[in-house]
Design a protein around this ligand. Sequence first.
Ligand code: BLA
Length: 509
Amino acid sequence: PAQDFAVDLSNCDREPIHVLGTVQPFGFLIALTADWLVSRVSANSADHIGLSPEQMLGRPISGIFSGEAVHSLRNRITLLRGPDAVERIFSLTLVDGIAPFDVAVHFSGSLVVIEAEPASHDEMEASSMVRSMVSRLGQTQGMAAFLRDGARQVRALTGFDRVMVYRFAEGGDGEVVAEALRPGIDSFFGLHYPASDIPAQARALYLRNIFRVIADVQAQPVPIVPQLDPSGAALDMSLCLTRAVSPIHIEYLGNMGVGASLSISIVVEGRLWGLFACHHYGPRLPSFAQRSAAELFGQIFSMMLENRERSETSAYEGKARQVADRLMSAVAQDHDLLSNARWLGEVIFDTIPADGVGVYIDGQMTFSGLAPDERSFAAIVAMLNRAAAGQVFTTDHMARLLPESSAHADRAAGLLAIPLSRRPRDYVVLFRAEQLRSVRWAGSPEKHIEYGPNGPRLTPRKSFEQWSELVRGAAVPFTAAELRVAEALRTALLEVILRLSDSAHDERQ
Ligand code: BLA
């Protein structure tokens, strides 16, 4: 490897996965200088075009590739726009007398990087598949069906045994939110994993390069020759299709008995929303055209998801406005409703899901659903009184703020408090139970496969246990959208309360 970096479980977020200096053996790589001299070649070049790196390094590519190949490559390179662009050419005769290749070309710094693999001649079929996939997807009703159908389509296109839609939460933890499976294999649907399973540098890379395949987990990676250029730099392979991946991740896949892995980034509003994560229980390399089609499908899927999320958000905001209006007019009619926890819960939970509600008004407490007892609630109110005045307060892990509340985390691990007045401070508080209560546990223990050097930590079951430890005592966090709604409810309630106190004041006069 180009870098002297001993990677283990404690430092894998610093492993420089873009400069590992190896390709997967299904393809080969040639890097050219700006004046088209061969500057790097993967060690397997002779397997593909009969010439070893030593026979090519330093020579002009025009003396190696056919005239047609050099011409098309030059044309395509002029089409490259933007820093992360990659062009593809199907069925190109690179060397006269040798069967054509499917080729990708892009810039890495000032180098032109050419990657090639034997041509598959199936581009038309794959692209017509995408058309019908997209039209089917457009007809699905509701988010769950949309995600499930996306997984099914990716499975139809790639033929992988397992296709998951893996969604990232705020801090990088992930959850399997949809799945399509070959019959007879265990489902991972609903399982959660810690952020460390797809470390930060990998998530950043997956935003730039949205597709990757590991065709054969057992295959020996092929080094690039030379590893370092005369200035000591390794080839930046961020945008390569043949990039061999982190040995830690290979160990993870091996421990799971997975033979091939493929993933496609799902990018929404410029953020890595999630991945299509696919496993096959044997080696598998979809053709270049199928991979391109799957990548295109991923891009279209992402845009459709973005649209759906936007319309869901505006529908949600509309509903939230209705709830605020309903609260306001009902409380204006009958202000005792304000201390009716059960009624408040019924009105609010639809837009801000929670497990229970507590109301504190003039020292009086009422509760509904899962909530702490009076003594704990009094302690919570005292804590809230120390928080900034006049705004909604939330935490997903109350025990961190109030250690004694860990005793009732099963009922109230997280809260969202809506202050109703400045002084005395009255509150409506929504409670969420510990997230683990509602989560699906990893199913059957994994069949014991020989573990790699880092042992069983690198298995989904151990990952899941790790995630469970991390979130013990914590509730599902209230989202930014839910906070905005709570803020709107606060304003609405405040308005009625002020009106009520004005009219009480008028009556007294
Ligand atoms: C990459 N880790 C990945 C990828 C996935 C996962 C989907 C993307 C690469 C691919 O397509 O295979 C994680 N895969 C999962 C999870 C499930 C799954 C959670 O199927 C659940 C069902 N991985 C670890 C740990 C480390 C780690 C503990 O589990 C480090 C300490 C590292 N994962 C790691 C690295 C990559 C990775 C470095 C990047 C691989 C690369 O692109 O080079």
